[in-house]
Design a protein around this ligand. Sequence first.
Ligand code: 2DT
Ligand code: MG
Length: 211
Amino acid sequence: NAGSKSGRGALIVLEGLDRSGKSSQCARLLSYMEGQGCRAEGWRFPDRGTSVGQMISAYLANESQLDDRTVHLLFSANRWEKRALMESKLLGGTTRIVDRYSYSGVAFSAAKGLDIEWCKAPDVGFIAPDLVIYLDVQPEKAAERGGYGGERYEKIEFQKRVADRYHSLRDSTWKIVDGSLSMETVEEQLRELATNCIQESQEKPLTNLAW
Ligand code: 2DT
Ligand code: MG
């Protein structure tokens, strides 16, 4: 029972291409966790609510132009401005289910041609996730799902490059879930992964992202 824990909360990240189902699955997982009596909160990056986030949002909507490295650093700053809050939530026993994280930061910027090591550097020292769930959907399949919303990166050729960069970021904290399966099947797999992760993370210290 995920609700009977007393240690720290877990940092669980969902990653994947646009239209891979991350946001829907985050919401489903969160309501399941709450139903289990587990203290859990959802979160997403970019957080468009801060002043940095508003600059990012305007850029994504093609309402402003920014240099590639500049916007990369804004995305990172948008995570840094939440680090202290995130740490205190986790240490206080709240699990966080996060829609996109530093992996999106690196995969999307590196897909533009920026050096991948340069892209990783500003996120060194950020909190390392206990679990990264990658919803694996072919770029062509993702594009078929009701199309894209018209934001800057929502183009199939670009998404293919993002998928390649994501692939090179995989490490032992990653679990690859076939995002082309039914919503219910994916949801079931996520419940199990998250429940195990929460139990295993309780007594582990938080560590920093080291790539
Ligand atoms: P949403 O559609 O999920 O709101 O994402 N992105 C995201 C980056 O380029 N760098 C980052 O650090 C993050 C978190 C992915 C909006 C787009 O922003 C991209 C898609
Ligand atoms: Mg999007």
